[in-house]
Design a protein around this ligand. Structure first.
Ligand SMILES: Nc1ncnc2c1ncn2[C@@H]1O[C@H](COP(=O)(O)OP(=O)(O)OP(=O)(O)O)[C@@H](O)[C@H]1O
Ligand SMILES: [Mg+2]
Length: 277
């Protein structure tokens, strides 16, 4: 059997603890799910810490992490593997999912709902009592390594009826809910991630809260923790506060003039120093 080694390089053993500030009981829940090798679904809006959490858990559980960003052209072969032409003939290349299954890694499928439903079903035999991955093209049934575990992310806000997981896929997972943390914790995260003072972090978190209140009034999402960190990093890098807020929050979030105005007003209310927006 020829198995390409390069796919295994996609697996990363995380040596240094990724900073993750727990918000609730998510660490214990994930650890319990992992102990039972249950597949986990992380539900929550963009930029709220899902990816950072998986990195932290892989480090904590001392398992390598294989991350795959799903997109609408992702095929089952992209996940499982394919034969490729080589000078010596056709050679099988494991996809990242197969590599994780063989190695006993945690496989994180990010934004799984982006993938087509016929791609998603390849995970079915791995996420029930079979715990095996059939490679039909290769005629091999790969039993999952005892340490293998599958985690997916899912943003409930973005789903439409056409783009949603099959019921039979959803029901294979235990879900852990994520959201933007309460203000004191979010400020702590912004301070730590961007290396800024408490006053600025607190003001930015207030911007985040006000922007999230505009959700529904045309704004699909408020400013995420990620965006607040970006703004803080710009300031830390020497940008004036108003320019930082404009570049990190106002411009990326909407092109709609009315919404921009509403958001600019929200920002000025939280951080009066940035009123020149
Ligand atoms: N609880 C937390 N502890 C530490 N850092 C956090 C936490 N929550 C958010 N962050 C910070 O916010 C950034 C964005 O988080 P992350 O990339 O994990 O978001 P996500 O939920 O995976 O978003 P997306 O759905 O867009 O992929 C991280 O890089 C990290 O700096
Ligand atoms: Mg992510």
């Amino acid at each position: 059997m020829t198995v390409d080694a390069s796919a295994h390089l996609a697996a990363e053993l995380i040596r240094d603890e990724p900073y993750y500030r727990p918000v609730g009981d998510e660490i214990d829940l994930f650890a319990a799910a992992y102990a039972g090798r249950l597949p986990v679904m992380l539900k929550g809006p963009t930029g709220c810490g899902k990816t950072r959490f998986v990195e932290h858990m892989a480090w904590r559980l001392k398992r390598p992490l294989v991350t795959v960003a799903a997109h609408e052209d992702l095929t089952a072969a992209d996940l499982a593997g394919r034969f490729l032409l080589a000078p010596e003939g056709t050679v099988w290349h494991d996809g990242p999912l197969t590599a994780a299954v063989r190695l006993g890694a945690i496989c994180y499928l990010d934004e799984i709902v982006e993938a087509r439903q016929d791609t998603t079903v390849v995970i079915h035999p791995l996420t029930d009592a079979r715990r095996a991955l059939p490679l039909d093209k290769k005629g091999e049934l790969v039993p999952a390594h005892p340490d293998f575990q599958l985690t997916i992310s899912y943003n409930p806000g973005y789903q439409s009826a056409v783009k949603d997981l099959k019921e039979s896929t959803k029901q294979r997972f235990v879900a852990i809910e994520f959201d933007y943390p309460e203000p004191a914790i979010e400020a702590e995260i912004v301070m730590r991630e961007a290396g800024v003072a408490a006053a600025l972090a607190g003001g930015l978190v207030d911007v985040g809260l006000r922007s999230r209140n505009l959700r529904g009034d045309g704004l699909a999402e408020g400013a995420s923790t990620r965006m607040l960190i970006h703004a803080a990093k710009l300031v830390r890098g020497g940008a004036p506060l108003d320019a930082a807020l404009r570049s990190a929050i106002l411009l990326p979030i909407t092109d709609e003039p009315d919404l921009r105005e509403a958001l600019a007003a929200a920002i000025a209310a939280s951080l009066p120093e940035a009123a020149r927006l």
